[in-house]
Design a protein around this ligand. Structure first.
Ligand code: ACM
Length: 538
């Protein structure tokens, strides 16, 4: 009887498909099924060789508890005789002694008696854990719980692997923000770009300027349907994060090796600021409202006046933001600042003359330079949308190329770091299908286009190409009103993005990726992720 059972078990092991990893690792050798490792309730231990590896071990232990209902114990005591152990070892992975030590690099070895993840730094160990999770069966009832025997060597292609979320057009509470960050971490992304302010709502508590949230965090309604819309729903919408909540989210992200880059928009996309403080606009006497319609060119809009009062205000805001976020990078927006307001403003025209600027683009450049100087004085670097190139790039700025790749190419040629996020390939608010399941922005971005996107433009020389720091997916939420829809828009395009940014270019293969997605969808089912189910249809 026992031997019959054993036989059955062995044959079921033999039927395991090859591991379906996303993103595809640099190198993987598949071992023999008899070398599979078994995770057993209350007996498998997770050993960490260094306390800095604790967040990775805890991530794994809680994942196993939540999805497989097994209890694993954490140990910091080394014991070479242990028989059932997952080792997290802080040491430079032996089999990949390249010249450059990469803190995100790891090796993963699965054998019958132990699993070993080696990395010179905690981030690499964390990515090893994410891969280990994908070696488990994507189902909650897989007893015994087996890890496929493999040898993996892995490191990312790009140092910047980002995903953005707009919480201004629609507000998402911190419990969902944490979930979102968790999703990014499981895809080995390392930056979360938090779009905290825009015309439609200010979302972060600033103690010195309480009206930003008392007034700026709320709008009285939103347009109905696709812009320009069919009327206004008249439903008050808003919300904001307290500084205590922001700190909690930063810690949560840091435990997942994600840096949060806060975005404070200027000088455009500022209606929420101007509703609270109209004196910072070009028409200080006219009261203003938090915007209720999408788009920037309507007659109710305005932008920040480039006055000393405005700069003092922005410096006070940025001082609080920079004290809160450990990120060395602060995103200052800079996009879509309509110049009509400065054209009509006597103060702005006088400033253009006084400073010898060429025109309103020169004024935009003056604005960003001045803010950059302040941010740099606090030891941080600015990131801006590619409009910050207009009128001349600030000396140390990093450029996010969104209006195609032109801005990114120009910035790389000027030896500035670039994050590629062109809207034709990286805007996940666009429809996934020609006719999507619900209202989306009126453009089409199928999965294949995301997957096949190449962040390094062919026109760059190898020396210039080094300035392409990485890429990012963006999720603007005009038409995304709830967490389930965020997930719908995100998955599986996030999977495609992770492979673009992590995997070696020659390893990318869309047909093979779609095969691997099948197992990923089963994992999402287990985790309760609301991916676009239409991909399941033949
Ligand atoms: C942008 O989409 N306005 C950066």
């Amino acid at each position: 009887m026992l031997s019959a059972l054993l036989c059955l078990q062995l044959s079921s092991f033999a039927q395991y498909p090859a591991p379906s990893l996303i993103p595809q690792p640099v190198e993987m050798k598949i071992g023999r099924t008899e070398d599979n490792f078994t995770i057993a309730n209350n007996s498998t231990q997770v050993f960490i060789s260094d306390s800095s590896l604790r967040p990775s071990a805890e991530f794994f232990i809680s994942f196993i508890k939540k999805h497989y209902l097994l209890d694993l114990t954490l140990t910091t005591t080394a014991d070479p005789n242990r028989k059932n152990v997952i080792n997290l070892i802080k040491e430079y992975p032996a089999q990949q002694r390249t010249n450059i030590e990469n803190p995100e690099q790891y090796s993963l070895e699965v054998r019958a008696k132990s699993v070993s993840i080696r990395s010179s730094a905690p981030a690499g160990a964390f990515y090893g854990i994410q891969t280990l999770i994908q070696l488990l069966p994507p189902s909650a009832k897989p007893f015994p719980l087996q890890v496929k025997a493999v040898n993996i060597t892995d490191f990312p292609r790009f140092a910047y692997r980002g995903m953005h979320l707009d919480v201004s057009r629609h507000f998402f509470d911190i419990s969902f923000i944490k979930k979102y960050i968790n999703y990014l971490a499981m895809h080995k992304l390392n930056y979360f770009h938090w779009h905290l302010t825009d015309d439609h709502g200010w979302r972060i508590e600033i103690k010195k300027h309480p009206r930003l949230t008392a007034v700026g965090a709320w709008r009285d309604g939103s347009i109905i349907g696709l812009y320009p819309g069919k009327g206004n729903d008249g439903i008050r919408h808003g919300g904001y994060y307290t500084q205590a909540e922001v700190k909690e989210v930063i810690k949560y992200a840091a435990d997942r090796y994600i840096t949060i880059i806060p975005e404070i928009e200027m000088p455009g996309h500022s209606m929420a600021v101007l509703a609270a403080y109209p004196e910072l606009s070009t028409t200080p006497k006219q009261p203003k409202k938090v915007a209720e319609t999408w788009g920037i060119f309507n007659k109710f809009n305005n932008v920040l006046l480039p006055s000393d009062q405005t700069f003092n205000f922005l410096e006070e805001v940025l001082t609080e933001v920079m004290a809160l976020f450990p990120s060395p990078y602060i995103h200052i927006g800079g996009d879509e600042c309509s110049k009509i307001w400065w054209k009509q403003s006597a103060f702005s025209q006088q400033l253009i003359k006084e400073k010898g600027l060429k025109d309103e683009n020169g004024l935009q450049s003056y604005f960003i330079h001045r803010i950059e100087k302040f941010v740099n004085s606090k030891g941080k670097t600015i990131i801006g949308w590619d409009e910050i190139l207009d009128g001349g790039l600030a000396p140390n700025a990093i450029v996010m190329s969104w209006r195609g790749e032109k801005g990114g190419i120009a910035a790389a040629k000027q030896k500035h770091k670039v994050i590629m996020t062109p809207e034709n390939f990286m805007y996940f608010n666009h429809s996934q299908f020609l006719k999507d399941d619900s209202l989306t922005a009126a453009r089409y971005l199928p999965l294949a286009d995301v997957y096949n996107y190449e962040p390094v433009p062919a026109v760059l020389t190898p020396a210039e190409a080094k300035y392409i720091w990485g890429g990012q997916g963006n999720l603007w939420t005009e038409y995304i009103t709830n967490p389930a829809k965020v997930e719908y828009m995100l998955f599986p395009r996030l999977d495609a993005l992770s492979e673009v940014l992590w995997s070696p270019k020659p390893k990318r293969n869309f047909v093979n990726f779609k095969e691997r997605l099948k197992e990923q969808f089963r994992r999402y089912d287990m985790m309760g992720v609301n991916y676009s189910k239409r991909y399941l249809k033949p």
